[in-house]
Ligand binder design. Structure first.
Ligand code: PMP
Length: 395
């Protein structure tokens, strides 16, 4: 008789030699519960997915109702499915005018693939500009615009024609020229350790893209749906992209991705050749129903509006000499300890203490705080006190 742990290690492909190996039986709000009755605080929302926490009753109800109507009917783009059309319309209502046409896929990587194809097709150019330490996903195209060799080099050759610039380097923006199909970027770099754009940087990229006729793609897979205190992070700046890439919290806990552009741009995918981008499960009706329910809650209740205050609470309570800096905005924060060994030790202690945090793919001296937006001020105070207690134990 094997334990679940043995089955997990034997029969599931592993992505590292050091998985968390937590067994979780149930999740509710900001908490995950093990079969032995141990409680864990989810301080990363399953990596920016569970923005309304776990088990929101409105989302669960929408999922159940949709399952009772139908699940998969046909490939994306052939049949009118109510949750899909309603979610697309609702997204556009809450986006600038030019972002009025949504292509649903299944994941962030897949949305990035679609956006890159769209830009190449629309502009007739193939050169993509991306940024060092950017993460856009793990599939071949997304890997090509990943701005870090550590996860990419073993899989070369990747797509040719990609140029990398330093985030916040204004001088390098001359690279955006008439050969450029697109500039793809996260408005706030996530896996780089939560790096905010300097004043005027996004505006300057926007200006250069407009002048060059290149599409500006914002990857908001991690930053959207209230994570930074607004529905979309780009709303903090006076910049509207040509293509917006979404996933993670878009599906309210179910798998869903999307790339959104103008009707005019999106038109190129439908002819010459027709079926320019196709997917079987993209925009799955159950995922769209969950996403729609989640979006309605975010729009009707004030979770996003509380992001700034909750950020300030974390900044106030995380007062410890081991902390060099707290970067980020809203509930998208990096706590900088300036020491990779300390982060490794902290992550170990945190799990023992019942706190699920995470480090960053391309920045090993900080840990991540991106809890469900529904975390209460009291819960913030409690978890910060636990965290400062753990920092005390770091040598
Ligand atoms: N873009 C960004 C900014 C991401 O953070 C991620 C996932 N961490 C992706 C794209 C890829 O998303 P997925 O894992 O759903 O393919």
């Amino acid at each position: 008789m094997y334990t679940n742990r043995q089955l997990f290690l034997q029969f599931l492909a592993q992505t590292s030699d050091s998985p968390y190996l937590l067994e979780i039986e149930r999740a509710e709000g900001i908490y995950l519960f093990s079969p032995e009755g141990k409680t864990y605080i989810d301080l990363v929302s399953g990596v920016s997915v569970s923005n309304l926490g776990h088990g929101d009753t409105r989302i669960l109800k929408a999922i159940r109702e949709q399952i009772d109507r139908y699940t998969h009917l046909h490939v994306y783009g052939e049949i009118i499915q109510q949750p899909q059309v309603e979610l697309a319309a609702r997204l556009s209502e809450n986006l600038p005018e030019n972002l009025d046409c949504t292509y649903f896929v299944n994941s962030g990587s897949e949305a990035v693939e679609g956006a890159l194809k769209l830009a190449r097709r629309y502009t007739g150019r193939f050169r993509c500009i991306a940024f060092r330490n950017a993460y856009h996903g793990s599939t071949a195209g997304a890997l090509s615009v990943m701005g870090n060799e550590s996860l990419k080099n073993a899989y070369r050759p990747v797509l040719p024609g990609t140029t990398f610039l330093d985030f916040n380097d204004f001088d390098s923006l001359d690279e955006i020229d008439l050969t450029t199909a697109c500039v793809i970027m996260e408005p706030i770099q996530g896996e780089a350790g939560i790096i905010l754009p300097q004043k005027g940087f996004l505006e300057e990229v926007r200006e250069r893209c407009s002048r060059a006729g290149a599409l500006m793609i914002f990857d908001e897979v991690q930053t959207a749906f209230g994570r930074t205190g607004k529905l979309f992070a780009f709303e903090h700046w006076n910049v509207v992209p040509d293509v917006l890439v979404l996933a993670k919290a878009l599906g309210g806990g179910m798998p869903l991705g999307a790339f959104i552009a103008s009707y005019e741009i999106m038109k190129v995918l439908r002819s010459d050749p027709m079926l320019g981008h196709i997917t079987t499960f993209g925009g799955h009706p159950v995922s769209c129903a969950a996403g729609l329910a989640s979006l309605k809650v975010l729009l009707n209740e004030d979770w996003m509006g509380q992001g700034g205050e909750k950020e300030q609470l974390f900044r106030k309570y995380l007062n410890h000499s081991a902390i060099h800096e707290i970067r980020g905005m809203g509930l998208y924060l990096a706590v900088e300890l300036g020491d990779a060994a300390k982060i490794r030790e902290f992550m170990k202690l945190a799990i023992e203490e019942g706190i699920i945090s995470d480090s960053f793919l391309f920045h090993d001296t900080a840990f991540r705080i991106s809890p469900p937006l529904i975390i209460s001020p009291e819960q913030i105070r409690e978890v910060c006190s636990q965290i400062t207690g753990l920092l005390e134990r770091l040598v």
